[in-house]
Design a protein around this ligand. Sequence first.
Ligand SMILES: [Zn+2]
Ligand SMILES: [Zn+2]
Length: 585
Amino acid sequence: MKFRCALLFAPLLLVPWGDAYAQDVRVRLFALRPPPEVTLRAFSGSFQWRTCPKCPGTAATLLAIEAAGSQLRIRDAGVSREVYIAGEVRLEAAGEPAFTANFPLELKAANGQLFVTATVPLEDYVAAVLTGESGDFRNEQSLKAMAVVIRTYATRFRGQHATDGFDFCDTTHCQVPVWNAVSARVAAAAEATRDEIVSFQGAAAAAFHHQNCGGTLAASNEVWPDVLEPYLRSHSDPYCITASPLKWESSLAVLDVNESLRQAGLTPPAGWSAIEIVSRSASGRVQRLRLAGGSPPDFLLSASSFRFAVDRALGWNKIRSDLYNVRTDGDHVLFTGRGSGHGVGLCQAGADEMARQGKDYHQILDFYFPGTHLSKASSQEWQTRTSERFELLTTAPEQDSKLFPDAERILKEDEAVIGWKFPSRARLQVFPTLDRYRNTTGQPGWVAATTRGQTVRLQPVAELRKRSILESTLRHELFHLLVESHARAETPLWFREGLVLYLSEPDKRSAGSITLTDEQMEAILLNPGSRRDQEKAYAAARERLASLIQQYGKAAVLDWLSGGIPAEVLAKPSAPANQGASQQP
Ligand SMILES: [Zn+2]
Ligand SMILES: [Zn+2]
């Protein structure tokens, strides 16, 4: 499971959001390969179809629908932009397992493809995903733990495809449901944990799972740099390693490796003779690799890019995790590794072994999500409200929804300045008190807001208004969202921060000379100490970016976010080294 979906940037489909029951989730079916046509058959009796949500329904026993551009062509019944189905139907699409359900369906079309969205009660979704993900569980308590994890994920990440008008796709990008095969055992595990989620500080936890951690769990930010949750940290897992030490070996031909990299848009160096491990994360997972001995001689790439390239070209089971050693033997590369999957959150193999040893699902969830507790999905303190471009996470929806008009306006203005649009709904989380904000974000009270991934976390709105910094805070953080949506992982913090500061106030008079080196700025921003140091780093970063933009132009500097900062820019000493941040006041 990843955060961002590369699969689906379908044209924006406007979907009525208001009618669904609060605990329903909207799931895009056939998301990997939207079919050009589908057949709907009544499962018993007839079903109802209509061409708008409030139109009168028509009873049918069979309906064939195909996409014609962005219209739906309904056999023997003309065309429509959308079709709504109610009642028990069997939905058939060529090459896909049939979907039989009594969930409301919506059909739309774009580019000759059909987009089918089902509105599913949360508990049915949990049972369907549990069916898809529970193949290896032998024990009831681990199955229950998994049901809670799936429900928690659905509660936490609901709306992650909101821009496209649904909550979850049905691929591994989100969670994979299997609709028509829920066993009595799976249904019982879902029912026994009905409404229970893992929560942390009043909100649903980021409950990830994987098949086998290989004995060491990965911290969340090893896999997704912008996800840092205190309960997703690296620690050893004695359970999976004793029960099913998943050891794997894989031998790849150098020719196949080269071809995989080329298919992924990478150019391997000519005649390389060895793959070397350059760095590992805290949990021992490979982070960077070098293809050595070729031309150019020093070709570096991330382990995840390498694995994605090989996965896509040669099949997912060639490199099952990033926990491996590698050696090159003539025209082959030999990998020996442990575990399967990203290693963050619940380890399925370990959870099943804990259950076998007599632990219950509370103990299993405690072990994999330390510091969290169980709570009810239906009585969540944090509530969600959405506007056109924003999702608001709040404990006071009436009051905090008043942010929407300002946030919408400022985002539009920021987008015009930067020249691209934020690709999905941005998330605003407004804390009810300063204490809650400090405890959750780990930020001191003088930092008004922080942006991580797609979420801007704000101090109480009343507090920001009182200090007259609501507008400037929103402007700054929304620039961060836009910058983060384009920045590649290696982009240094000083560059991101300086760019945002410059864009927020391009006309601000500069303070003079830059007083810190790039490395010094980076060190402070990575690990801020005093307020004074941080302000110094901010001023220096702004100054550095202002001078880069003056020298190279705004367009070029913005391009560096995704294309990389040219070496000569980084190599150039930007400040005398003796004015470091280490000199505390
Ligand atoms: Zn998805
Ligand atoms: Zn494990």
